[in-house]
Design a protein around this ligand. Structure first.
Ligand SMILES: [Zn+2]
Length: 305
């Protein structure tokens, strides 16, 4: 559209309401620094602001694609979805809430699990998604993660889980809390088999997820400035009647207090994980049968299930 037009020999400016440039779906505003970011560039930078390194939230499928070699992996247990054992109704029936979340996100559940290779190592990866009922952990999320760990034990691979969760899924009551123990028990069995679990904490990792598997990693890493905690700061302040320090429950605070091992920028995450796997999956360090992982075809030694 021209910004000036000729009218009877005179040049007349175009009125503001006519001067429209369509920019929706092209630019995104950074929530941290306010800069406008070209969407395509933001995608290339793995959804990290090029000006201030703010980490935008990433969906589960994107996470796994960025993790596995050539973005290739095989999804596991996609058929495991939540039912409604308590026939729970809050502002709407729980079954409707699940169906709505599935339609809106294209995800079957709040976690996606997959098998693939990372830096050539056999990896069983899981990624949670905040867009699916706040990344809450119900029976299906617990079951999928437990099965992921069991797959890893059976095929002798490493487990990597990207946590992003508001906590347990309230609509499933105690059944959702039970998942904390179930996943933790599976991780204990994984450890007995000398197979590593890398836990990656992303913004936000809270509630029952923090209180169980997310903090049980052999290696616990977090993305910069991720909120990681059990109860929210307001609840804690009211309980202990004290003002909490600035940046309380952010990954930087957790690192300085020895709660996590490292903070890793998302753009460095894959090489960092590969380096960790090179070390953790080294047959000289783990059990002798791990050496068989190097080829695509391998046989699990008789003494391992
Ligand atoms: Zn920014």
């Amino acid at each position: 559209m021209p910004w000036f037009r000729k009218k009877k020999g005179k040049i007349e400016p175009v009125r503001d309401e006519e001067r429209v440039v369509r920019t929706e779906n092209v630019f995104v505003r950074c929530e941290e620094c306010g800069e406008h970011l070209y969407k395509k560039e933001l995608e290339e930078a793995l959804q990290v602001c090029v000006h201030c390194s703010y980490h935008f939230r990433l969906g589960a499928y994107d996470r796994l694609e960025k993790l596995f070699d050539d973005g290739y992996c095989e999804e596991l247990d996609a058929e495991v979805v939540s039912t409604d054992p308590l026939e729970f109704v809050d502002s709407k029936p729980y079954v409707n809430r699940i169906a709505q979340a599935q339609r809106a996100t294209g995800l079957p559940e709040a976690v996606i699990t997959a098998r693939g290779k990372v830096g050539g190592h056999r990896v069983f990866g899981g990624a949670m998604d905040m867009n699916f009922i706040g990344g809450s952990m119900g029976s299906a999320v617990g079951e999928k993660l437990t099965r992921l760990i069991e797959h890893a034990m059976k095929e002798r691979g490493a487990v990597i889980i990207f946590a992003a969760s508001g906590g347990a899924r309230m609509q499933e009551g105690t059944l959702s809390l039970m998942q904390m123990a179930k996943i933790s028990a599976a991780l204990a069995a994984l450890e007995e088999r000398h197979l590593p679990f890398i836990s990656v904490l992303t913004d936000p990792t809270t509630g029952g997820v923090t209180a169980s598997f997310a903090m049980l990693g052999d290696l616990i890493i977090a993305e910069p400035k991720a909120l990681v905690g059990f109860a929210g700061p307001r609840v804690i302040e009211q309980t202990i009647r004290q003002k909490l320090p600035k940046d309380f429950q952010r990954s930087e605070f957790l690192l300085s207090h020895g709660m996590i091992d490292e903070i890793v920028d998302r753009r460095e995450m894959r090489p960092y994980i590969i380096k960790a796997l090179d070390f953790m999956m080294n047959p000289a360090i783990t059990s002798e049968s791990t050496a068989q992982l190097s080829g695509l075809k391998f046989q699990v030694s008789g003494s391992h299930p």
